[in-house]
Design a protein around this ligand. Structure first.
Ligand code: SF4
Ligand code: SF4
Length: 210
């Protein structure tokens, strides 16, 4: 044993694992893989969108290991992942990068640190509310709510800009406006709601809300 190292001193590896890295390992889906990243940059180079983000995956993993908690959890970057798997199939260390990206977004959301106006986050909420209501996606309602997500004027402008696409979809029966007024969905909606209520209860316990 090194003369300057006492028995209670953490190992060099343990010292390297800062509090935020430990927090990510404990709370983020597949977060215990972050320490395996060797910073080769293949994921960031392979990501079709990463160059447009403030922090592509490699950088986020470096920031986690540097303990930059606020910068990571308040970042928009992980919300922009399109789950294309390009990084996952190329990572020489086989990190489940895409899952970590979604896991980070989910964890930031649970902590209330996710950017409020992020369009992906807002679309995810619209999609969830839509499908959770009846057990099936009502595409007409989802599309219209998406168009009007930023208010009436913006919605009218978007609908006008997309009019040719909309008319084409109506003609080919890919869009059903009558469906907007129909509840539809699965037969056993009550059972679905019971399952969801149980899931919300478990989630609240995890967050320490009950
Ligand atoms: S490709 Fe894998 S090892 Fe390389 S920087 Fe990305 S996550 Fe790290
Ligand atoms: S899965 Fe996400 S992070 Fe990975 S390359 Fe695709 S968009 Fe980028």
């Amino acid at each position: 044993m090194n003369q300057t190292t006492s028995v209670s001193d953490p190992s060099p590896v343990e010292k390297y694992r800062n509090n935020f890295l430990k927090e990510v390992e404990a709370n983020v889906e597949e977060g215990d893989w972050v320490k395996m990243c060797m910073q080769c940059g293949v994921c960031s180079g392979s990501c079709p969108l990463g160059s447009a983000w403030a922090h592509p995956p490699q950088e986020l993993f470096m920031m986690i290991r540097a303990g930059q908690r606020e910068e990571v959890l308040r970042s928009e970057s992980m919300w922009m992942c399109t789950s294309c798997y390009s990084c996952v199939v190329r990572c020489p260390r086989e990190l489940p990068i895409m899952h970590i990206m979604h896991g980070l977004a989910n964890y930031a959301n649970r902590l209330g640190l996710a950017p409020k106006m992020n369009p992906t986050k807002r679309f995810a909420k619209l999609f969830w509310d839509n499908i959770a209501a009846t057990g099936r996606v009502n595409e007409s309602r989802l599309s219209i709510k998406l168009y009007f997500m930023n208010g009436l004027v913006s919605g009218i402008k978007t609908a006008f800009a997309m009019r040719k696409v909309g008319l084409g979809m109506l003609k080919t029966h890919r869009l059903n406006l009558i469906g907007f007024f129909r509840a539809g969905g699965i037969k056993e909606k009550n059972q679905l709601q019971q399952m969801l209520n149980k899931a919300y209860e478990i989630e609240d316990k995890r967050k320490g809300l009950s």
